[in-house]
Design a protein around this ligand. Structure first.
Ligand code: ADE
Length: 226
């Protein structure tokens, strides 16, 4: 899968995406991350990307020309050798608190794509005409951040861990427990059996698989998909 991220702060991404499982996924050729600096598409000598809102109001808005030029450049990029052969199931997703709330079902849907283009807005927002070039708008929750970069990292993490080959065998069962959208993980314990007076539940120590299964089901927290 090719994940392209359009942002004014592309340097925020490598520390997160080039670490641990997200890096391993890249190293194995399962995913390619490509960072597109919106500033490169800025207008004039000063590479302007923002302007004041018509009608007045606080702050600055991202202008449509640089954002749309960046989206078009992303769409035209085929990916490196590991991605090139893929047919292009492609989506452009804008990170915005006005978007549809992100959840596990959406992560699974996006994980089916060959090419995911995440657009990060900044300042007080963006010119509304940009949305004509966007397939979906996603919010990670009902709060307002300074930009779409952290939300884009969250979406990337949730999507990449679902790609075949990213997680190991034991972890795939964990995905199973999420897959009906209704259950979360049960509590788990490792050694020592007694930690500062807190004991591992007896049932988990006895190796009676049916009893363990029953305990785990009882202690799985139910969550709604939305
Ligand atoms: N940009 C700023 N806040 C956001 C949020 N909650 N979700 C997605 N993008 C955002």
């Amino acid at each position: 899968m090719l994940i392209q991220i359009i942002s004014l702060f592309p340097e925020m991404f490598p520390p997160v995406l080039e670490t641990s499982m997200l890096f391993k996924a890249k190293d194995k050729g399962i995913v390619e991350y490509s960072y597109i600096n919106l500033r490169d598409f800025g207008l004039g000598k000063r590479k302007t990307v923002d302007d004041t809102p018509y009608g007045g109001g606080d702050g600055m808005l991202l202008k449509p020309e640089p954002l749309v030029a960046a989206i078009e450049a992303a769409k035209a990029y085929d990916g490196n050798e590991s991605q090139k052969a893929k047919s292009k199931k492609q989506k452009v997703v804008l990170m915005t608190p006005r978007g549809e709330r992100f959840n596990q079902a959406k992560a699974k849907e996006l994980a089916q794509l060959d090419n995911l283009i995440l657009v990060c807005a900044r300042y007080e927002g963006y010119d509304e005409r940009v949305t004509a070039f966007i397939d979906e708008q996603i919010s990670i929750g009902d709060y307002v951040l300074t930009g779409g970069e952290l939300p884009a990292m969250i979406v990337t993490d949730a999507v990449v861990r679902l790609l075949p080959g990213v997680l190991g065998g034991a972890k795939s069962t964990e995905i199973e427990s999420f897959s009906d959208g209704k259950t979360l993980e049960f509590p788990q314990y490792t050694r020592p059996e007694d930690f500062r007076g807190m004991k591992v539940p007896d049932v988990l120590l006895k190796g009676h698989h049916a009893e363990i299964e029953k305990w785990r089901n009882k202690n799985s927290r139910a969550v709604e998909q939305n």
